[in-house]
Design a protein around this ligand. Structure first.
Ligand SMILES: [Zn+2]
Ligand SMILES: [Zn+2]
Length: 144
């Protein structure tokens, strides 16, 4: 999704394209290959504009979440991290639990899931699958 598409969706929901909101979205778009905690996003936004306060960033993330624009995960350390939702076809994510690096995994064993569910008398209506790990860079850092 482009910045304009997101701003347009927010506008329809009654949220104006304020400078802060735009800056937060630009930060998320620029870092689309990372999944970030609210605090990490706050620190990045603050580098661009030191006057922005934490609660404004948190509130904006809540709005994006309410508008279903965020993909969320919880790391192995229990931290909630978010990224802008990708809007192309069905796919899964491989996530580094240290730095938040994301790799798109566009294969899906949906036939296998459907058969499994059917075997238990279920009509499968959806699934979530997320692969977690530690990326090459983070493995090297941890060895030091
Ligand atoms: Zn990593
Ligand atoms: Zn799938």
């Amino acid at each position: 999704m482009t910045l304009n598409q997101i701003l347009e969706q927010l506008k329809l929901a009654g949220y104006k394209a304020t400078a802060t909101r735009t800056l937060i979205l630009e930060t998320l778009i620029k870092n689309h290959e990372l999944i970030l905690s609210a605090d990490e996003i706050y620190l990045m936004v603050k580098l661009e504009n030191a006057k922005i306060n934490r609660s404004t960033v948190y509130r904006n993330l809540e709005i994006l979440s309410e508008e279903n624009l965020l993909y969320k995960t919880i790391t192995d350390q229990g931290v909630t991290k978010v990224k802008l939702r990708c809007c192309d076809k069905h796919h899964h994510h491989l996530i580094c639990d240290r730095c938040g690096k994301i790799v798109v995994f566009d294969q899906c064993a949906s036939d296998l899931y459907r058969e499994f569910a059917q075997g238990h008398g279920f009509l499968l209506t959806g699934h979530t699958l997320e692969l977690h790990g530690i990326c090459k860079n983070c493995q090297l850092l941890e060895r030091v």
